[in-house]
Design a binder for this molecule. Structure first.
Ligand SMILES: [Fe+2]
Ligand SMILES: [Fe+2]
Length: 299
């Protein structure tokens, strides 16, 4: 849990580690020979995940900034520590997804362009949208990342779909940490007086904008890949995402839970799930054990 200062050899515990939200440096490497269709051998599904990845660097920078706007107003020491952990984790997620997006570019997928365009949208939001609503947007989008991440961790078939070990490590590491810090933006929002109506109305607007951004980005990646008119394969992919037992319909109950007055992200209990994944990934021989981060940062 603790890191060691070089001079004295004494343990130094960072605020994020103290809060159970330890930023873990990974340094993943994605060489050009990484399997191109690394999710289920499917162009449609791989480009779906690449679309999400393309949105992370600008998206998570916005999340961090919207929380930083209120950092000075947080009185509670525990929440202050959690915010430090949240900022550290999100910064490292952006860094690793940039490396992942560079690999997608090498495969001919314009991920950097999508990220740049999202940056323009977020610059407008920073300029014209009230700060409280910016924070509410982060709360809403963090709910999305938390529930998608929970499904990645909880449902084993996702791991079986990965065709590239480094990609598997990236997405599972990110999924773990999204759930470790899923309450932080929400708690900051409540502590600085954020209300129910702003929270749910921002979620509604955020859902619409998120849908347009993701669907249009996905279509553009498919087009760039020459797969847009591969109807049969795309139909199969669409059913995987939106079919009766598809990825999104299975998120429905958790998504709509957000609209309940009194909802809190910790209502979706992921403690045992996260503990089992921490052991599975960080212990000796685990999925992430070979990474270059300090092994002392296990929890
Ligand atoms: Fe993240
Ligand atoms: Fe997050």
């Amino acid at each position: 849990m603790a890191t060691m200062t070089q001079a004295q050899g004494t343990p130094r515990i960072t605020a994020g580690e103290r809060a159970g939200i330890p930023p873990r440096r990974m340094d993943f490497e994605f060489p050009e020979e990484t399997t191109k269709y690394w999710y289920g051998d499917s162009a449609f599904l791989t480009t779906f995940w690449v679309t999400l990845s393309a949105l992370f660097p600008e998206g998570e920078t916005f999340f961090v900034d919207s929380v930083k706007n209120y950092r000075k107003d947080i009185k509670d020491q525990k929440l202050k520590d959690e915010v430090s952990g949240f900022i550290g984790q999100e910064a490292l997620h952006s860094k690793e997804h940039e490396a992942f997006n560079d690999m997608a570019e090498k495969h001919g997928l314009p991920a950097l362009k999508l990220d740049k365009e999202l940056g323009v949208l977020f610059r407008l939001i920073r300029k014209y949208v009230p700060k409280k609503m910016q924070l509410a947007l982060t709360v809403a989008l963090e709910h999305y990342t938390a529930i998608i991440a929970e499904q990645l961790l909880r449902e084993d078939f996702h791991q079986e779909m990965f065709r590239d070990r480094e990609a598997l490590k990236l997405w599972m590491w990110h999924a773990l940490e999204e759930n470790e810090h899923k309450t932080v933006a929400f708690d900051v929002y409540e502590q600085v007086g954020g209300g129910y109506l702003t929270r749910v109305s921002t979620m509604l607007i955020g859902t619409l904008v998120f849908a347009v951004v993701v669907v249009s980005g996905h279509l553009r990646l498919l087009k760039a890949d020459g797969q847009l008119t591969n109807w049969k394969a795309n139909w199969r992919g669409l059913k995987f995402l939106w079919g009766w037992k598809g990825l999104f319909p299975r998120l429905g109950r958790q998504y709509f839970d957000f609209y309940r007055p009194g909802f809190h992200p910790s209502d979706h209990d992921t403690e045992a799930l996260l503990e089992s994944w921490r052991q599975r990934m960080l212990n000796d021989g685990g999925l992430l054990a070979e990474q270059t981060y300090s092994k002392s940062r296990k929890a």
